[in-house]
Design a protein around this ligand. Sequence first.
Ligand code: MSP
Length: 533
Amino acid sequence: MITDKTKSQTFSLTTPLYYVNDVPHMGSAYTTMVADVIARFQRLKGSTVLFITGTDEHGQKIQRTAADKGLDPQQHCDKVVAGFEDLWQKLNIQYDRFSRTTNQRHEAIVKEFFQRVYDNDDIYLAQQRGWYCVPCEEFKEKRELQEDGCCPLHPNKKAEWRDEENYFFRLSKYQEDLETLYEEHYEFIQPETRRNEILKFVSQGLQDFSISRVNVNWGFPIPVDANHTIYVWFDALLGYVTALLDSDQEPTLENALSQWWPINLHLIGKDILRFHAVYWPAMLMSAKLPLPEKIFGHGFLTKDGQKMGKSLGNTVDPLDLVNRYGSDAVRYYFLKEIECGRDGDFNETRFVNVLNADLANDLGNLLSRTLGMTQKYCKGIIPRAANLPLDHPLKTTGQDLGIKVTQAYESIKFNQVCEEIFSLIQASNKFIDEQAPWSLFKQGKQKEVETILAAVLESVRLSAYLLSPIIPNLSNKIYQQLGLSVDFNDGDHVRQNVPFAQHSQWGKIEVSQTLTKSQPIFVRLNLPEEEST
Ligand code: MSP
């Protein structure tokens, strides 16, 4: 059952807990940026947010990776985790909790949960025979494998045959309950294409799945049988629950679930949808716990139109990208260019072109030329946009913008967020060109000049405010150049002191300060080959 508890003004969300077999890849960075934008938008609206990310550290894949490197698994995990934390900091990700499945308190939560499911008679011992893909940490049907015995997601790692005793979870028992859940809570799986995938999968009939391993010691022992360790996915999903504990709380399910559960949104990639939309709710039903509100499965990234992966040697390194171009640039490209939910492409030429066109030209130039004119024609004092006609072009576009953008943010349509905001920015550029305040100034029409500049500056301010979840550093610079002191990187300050009801509306902020000298907010980017010539 989905709980009725209404959690007004609070919002909890998670990224997947990433495997630590390697340094973070662009896929993990993408999910995390999306989650960060959602978290920041919620804070902007005034919600108290709990944003959880973290790492999935047990299982055969990690055990083998550590062994190949001659490292103790924990040492290996600690090293990789430091890389994740560093990347999140560089990408300006403001998470509240970092959940590591090797955390000691996590074991207590996993054991207690296992016991609840076991006591509900949903766990039994049986023989597991089948093909196991270690990189996926998942058994595959023969028909899901390619002719060469590899799964399509990992074309250079053959699935391995297993024939061993495992403990199983009675997933089949929850078939009907899951179908009712999907029917009664239409929004549980988003977007619609993913929902359809799951409905089809479930309608084919659910099979029990094994939740223990006998030859993997890098994991928690099964409470009822020390010869087995808990299957990495059973353990990892519960990492979302452990993350809810405050640092001084006893690690019990009751404590963990007392404040933030149920999670409002699990944000994941499409490859791990079944675990979240089928296995996870069934596990929670078995433990008689409320279910999360929504699972959103985004698409996959490609590079220059091709599948991104180590075997093709065409991965995009997010750390390299952020080091070369900065966090706002990386965030803006992936949020604007990809329709979240669909697959999307990374191409470096396009990356540079999009950023130069949108941030350097349309937005940056608009601000600097308007501020320049304000210095020149208005003694550097921002004029007021008083008594504008009802059909003023910027006012009419600006007035609805907050509502439209809110809807787009809330339905995880960030490309639409950017489009809506840039329609105001482009309209402002056009407006200035058409109105030509420089010639009005020469004609001595001071009042008209002031009204034009005031309307454009207000449009830039509103755009910066609404873009702040995506490009917080640029929004800070714009607000500062407009003489407003706001730090969009300080979530508490924003939540408490920058009321959404005013700042998200056109014409509600009093701006009449003396300006300081303006600086370019976004320096044009060069393509790597242009730099070396
Ligand atoms: N450890 C599990 C998650 C457990 S959650 C309780 C896992 N980790 S992962 O590191 O392999 O994947 C993390 C995320 O990266 C997934 O959401 C996956 O969809 C995403 N991506 C992996 N490759 C990707 C792309 N090429 N493009 C976009 N996202 C992709 O699965």
